[in-house]
Design a protein around this ligand. Structure first.
Ligand code: GAP
Length: 517
């Protein structure tokens, strides 16, 4: 099945099974804003817990905060967001559609990459085990021609971004003959800068109202609380402050479902270090974060690091963690060495001394910062994309059927155990409820008595429930039940008293954390 079709199915699945809804749907929706449903919110909370505990519980020098979304407007002047938090936009005059100029060029680069990969895959099939990919890439004329085009475009693009040369961005779009996907025409406007921050007015009277911004990142809430936390927590450098919270960006091109939203959530860590040690810490956090992703078991090859073409105004090193979504490798997380830019700017704009007295050095300095920043929603999309499976299975009557199953890591699954009475009589529902009452404080349980057992299994597969427990007449006699495992569909008969141990060990965060050391 084409990756595009898989993605469409995934979006439909998220709606059908209560994971993600279009916001304000009964009013025809609001662009790039989404709501999480009854299963979505559980999955999202589990992702947040995995991140929060891995930062705050596993690192004794990391503490958390929860800062306000509204902040003093000067913060955004100091951080550079008022002047520089822009995207280069371009309009197609025929379709009237607006695009990010840099994204159009990145897509062109991806097309060259795709052409090269196709040649490689064709040759791999032709030569079988004897295939030497490196040699093929170094000698095949079609691959070399596309590589040359890629290299030239990449250099031109990087230079244009680094020089903020908007005319050159437009010229690249023209030279590469990039057309609008809607109108098919190359009738483009000039490229202009567009600030991504939402603003609103705070205060009751028109005269007294103050223009404030909805934060476009949670990071600044951490920087402006650096002194509070360092002093009240008696923190010693190196130490980190973690935060999870909403962020808002007026994205020009908001598409690919929850990949690029106008209201989203971030999980950010700012790690404060001694100047001069920041690049070592940058490498350490790169390693820590990639381990965190890989521990979920979605396949190491589905992740890669992407070095930035252009460093943000505050960074001296930056890398993205990219995941292979159905629409290609895309950023899930950014890791930046932010220097002392933010704290120095806040020191200057607030007039307050923001420094650390280092008892070992006997001197004060403005700490340097290494940041890890991951979008909760993108992480959610990563988890759903990696877990969605369609499998051909046999039915009782010997026919073929397709089951849709979310092979979520059990620890992240919204429901851990579904308990099902075989029939709705003879005391089986009461027994099933008894089991739930016993275990509901240990993990999320769901009672399900409607439809045939087969249909109930399918419903639980579709939301990723790792364990289904069936209560039958034998259960009343010998206190045993059948437990069905989602991924293998195998069943075992086990004592009710063992359920807590069997399920508890599989859904505990401990076994994930053990992989992070
Ligand atoms: N404090 C640094 C910062 O905000 P960023 O690379 O702009 O850096 C960090 O954002 C992460 O936030 C991204 O890797 C992505 O996961 C998430 N993110 C950014 N913009 C987003 C959007 N419009 N919708 C959903 N997630 C977004």
């Amino acid at each position: 099945m084409a990756q595009e079709d898989i993605f469409k199915k995934l979006v439909a699945h998220c709606k059908e099974y209560g994971f993600v809804f279009q916001s304000s749907e009964i009013y025809d929706g609001l662009g790039a804003v989404y709501d999480y449903g009854q299963n979505g919110v559980e999955l999202k909370n589990n992702i947040k817990k995995y991140w929060w505990d891995s930062m705050v519980l596993l690192h004794e020098n990391v503490v958390g905060i929860d800062s306000a979304i509204f902040m003093h407007p000067t913060i955004w002047k100091a951080s550079g967001h008022v002047d520089a938090f822009n995207d280069p936009l371009i309009d197609n005059k025929d379709s009237k559609k607006r695009y990010r100029a840099d994204v159009l060029i990145e897509e062109q680069l991806a097309k060259y990459e795709e052409k090269m990969n196709k040649e490689v895959e064709k040759a791999r099939k032709r030569f079988g085990d004897a295939f030497d990919e490196a040699q093929f890439r170094a000698t095949n004329q079609r691959v070399l021609a596309n590589q040359e085009k890629w290299d030239q475009l990449h250099t031109r693009f990087s230079n244009a971004l680094n020089d903020s040369n908007l005319d050159e961005l437009k010229q690249i779009i023209i030279d590469e003959e990039i057309a609008c996907p809607i109108s098919g025409s190359r009738n483009w406007t000039d490229v202009r800068q567009f600030n991504l921050m939402f603003s609103t007015d705070m205060g009751s009277t028109a005269d007294g109202a103050q223009k404030i911004y909805l934060r476009p990142e949670t990071a600044q809430g951490i920087f402006v609380n650096y002194l509070n936390v360092q002093k009240t927590g008696r923190m010693k450098i190196p130490f980190g402050i973690a935060q999870i919270g909403k962020a808002f960006r007026n994205e020009i091109v908001a598409r690919q479902f929850i990949f690029r939203m106008r209201e989203f959530e971030q999980m950010e860590l700012q790690f404060f270090v001694k100047p001069g040690t920041e690049l070592d810490w940058f490498e350490k956090w790169k390693e820590t974060r990639i381990k965190w992703h890989r521990a979920l078991g979605f396949g190491d090859d589905n992740y890669r690091f992407h070095e930035h073409e252009k460093l943000a105004h505050y960074a001296n090193a930056a890398v993205d963690v990219e995941f292979k979504f159905p629409f290609g490798f895309k950023e899930v997380e950014g890791i930046h060495s932010r220097t002392d830019f933010d704290l120095s700017q806040h020191q200057q704009y607030s007039g307050k001394k923001i420094q650390y007295y280092d008892p070992e050095l006997g001197e004060s300095y403005v700490p340097f910062v290494v940041e890890t920043s991951i979008g909760v929603d993108r992480m959610f999309l990563q988890v759903i994309s990696a877990s969605y499976c369609e499998e051909e299975v046999g039915t009782a009557s010997g026919e073929k059927d397709t089951r849709v199953v979310l092979k979520l890591p059990p620890v992240l699954a919204p429901v851990k155990m579904a308990v099902m009475p075989l029939v709705k009589k003879d005391g089986l529902p009461e027994k099933a409820r008894e089991i739930i009452d016993e275990l509901k404080f240990d993990f999320n349980c769901q009672y399900d008595e409607k439809d045939s057992i087969g249909k109930r299994y399918r419903r639980q597969d579709a939301i990723g429930t790792p364990f289904c427990v069936t209560v039958d007449h034998q259960s009343l006699e010998d206190q045993t039940v059948t437990i069905r495992y989602r991924d293998t569909m195998e069943q075992d008969r086990v004592p009710i008293a063992d359920l807590k141990g069997i399920i508890g060990s599989q859904v505990s965060y401990k076994q994930l954390f053990a992989k992070l050391n």
